[in-house]
Design a binder for this molecule. Sequence first.
Ligand SMILES: [Zn+2]
Length: 154
Amino acid sequence: MVDIISRSDWNARPPVSRQGTTWDARTEFIVHYSAGPTGQTPRQIQDHHMDGNGWADIGYNYLVDVEGNAYEGRGWLTVGAHAVGHNTSGIGVCFIGSDGDASDAAKTTIAALYNEANRLGGKTLTRRGHRDVNPTSCPGDDLHSWLHNGMPVD
Ligand SMILES: [Zn+2]
């Protein structure tokens, strides 16, 4: 189990709308970085996604900060806005920070979310970095390498 800071605990705004999906449809676990400072808050990211991008909510399903805290974004079974063509199949988890910032604590929490997703879904989700599915540098070289070569899996 991984402790997840709820939307109400990080003072999330309510979503404009939500589209649900199912564990049957979930096949991928997609890791991102915010490419900003590690001090950015989920609420700041949500404000940018809703007010700047015009999205219905924060784009990610979960977020992880440099301290290893996990934050609820859209949750396990709401379609996100994080990887074009992969938002229904993929659970999007964003590390808050830039390439090289991801601490051991952050990586431990990302791995815990991956293992929790597999447990809840009753399957092994394919691990992907955002760059594996869309043309982007996300989630940076360090997290991308770790995701494929270092992440401990239950
Ligand atoms: Zn990304």
